[in-house]
Design a protein around this ligand. Sequence first.
Ligand code: GDP
Ligand code: IMO
Ligand code: MG
Length: 423
Amino acid sequence: MNIVLVGAQWGDEGKGKIIDILSRKVDYIVRYQGGNNAGHTVVDGKKEYIFHLLPSGILHKGKICCIGNGVVVDPAVLLKEISAIENSGINVDGRLKISSLAHVIMPYHRILDQLRETKRSNKIGTTGRGIGPCYADKINRCGIRMIDLINPKVLAEKLRDNINEKNEIFQKVYSHQGFSFELVYKEYLNYGKLFSKYIFNCVLLLNNATDKNKDILFEGAQGTFLDIDFGTYPFVTSSSATSGGACIGTGVSPVKIDKVLGVAKAYTTRVGEGPFPTEFSEDFSETMRSRGNEFGATTGRPRRCGWFDAVMTKEAVMLNGITELAIMKMDVLDGLSSICVCTGYKYKGKLFKEFPHDLEVLKNVVPVYRKMRGWDKTVNKPLSYANLHRNAKDYLSYLQDTLAAKITMVSVGSSRQDTIFVK
Ligand code: GDP
Ligand code: IMO
Ligand code: MG
């Protein structure tokens, strides 16, 4: 079975935990978009791993882990990640495959990302990792791909053109000295040598795998509302984080996808700027942030927190074709006397039941809430659906009915064991 896993909110839903759990059952795990703006947490016993570029199934020996063509790769970050995981005794040789078509993040992408943010009055709050500028070069047809790193002549030609053009922009627009061709060329040629054993035709690899009925798990990064087309533009990332991105970002056709699994928190969080209709007041946000440890896994920035937004998540179910949902972090809601779910938005006397495209509307809506009873402790041991607190069951069944997607997993803690599988 080929499953696409997507975040149904603004990222950080807990995708890493679910990918890790599902990895046991599949043969291949493939990241299809984003880059090291992602931070996917996997807790293995007492050890916590945060993956930025490596697929979150990498801890499972024998599984093939691919970085698809839709991903943008910062070689320095990936090298560090590989060496950290190998130091923990997990070998990636022979099972880490990087698509030859994946685009490469260059030093000028990182710096441009940061400079643009400081200049803009309408800041996005990017991770500053060079993601946007790298995707922009890809679309602009001047990007450098993994395959180019192992061809000194092609790399030199492409890099020279880029540096010539970019240095003028850096100097004239940003008063930045620009980049030395020789230094960047030397650094990236060296990455080519180090990565050559990992660079593959992943399109062929994955299609051959599906022909042999192998199972593939497509690991989405970011979340539906950070998607370049369907998210809260311009406060989004620069890739297709929705399920459609899985096909574009790997070369596996849509007819080969069997299921889309959405991951959502039992409440909502967001890092960076942009509208957030159900955002808590400053005080309550702080309380929930510390209960849920809501700090970015990549940048450490505090995450903004709010109630579960069913209008948004329903849109995510539609956009991605989600039929099953994993609801995460139910334990963080423990101890609240009541819990709210947003069922609609009010704006200038009008009730919106669908997610509005006009950001001006989204920025100014007043959420309509359904108030539900809270609980002291989500679940008693041994963990099972039957042992969930009655009010937690009511909450989940309300979400399931409203979203019209089956809740098949409920998470009540960061480790693998803290998971309820709903039959
Ligand atoms: P991702 O980007 O979607 O993979 O999510 P992140 O790793 O950025 O953030 C999710 C955070 O929540 C991580 O610190 C996880 O260890 C943690 N987490 C996942 N599931 C649960 C849960 O059910 N309860 C609690 N308390 N923490 C969880
Ligand atoms: P995971 O995979 C949460 C956000 C940034 C910023 C916007 C654009 O861990 O869920 P970018 O650097 O991509 O140009 O930043 O997108 N963002 C994320 N927020 N989780 C992520 O990934 C994110 N990746 C990017 O905070 O608001
Ligand atoms: Mg994350």
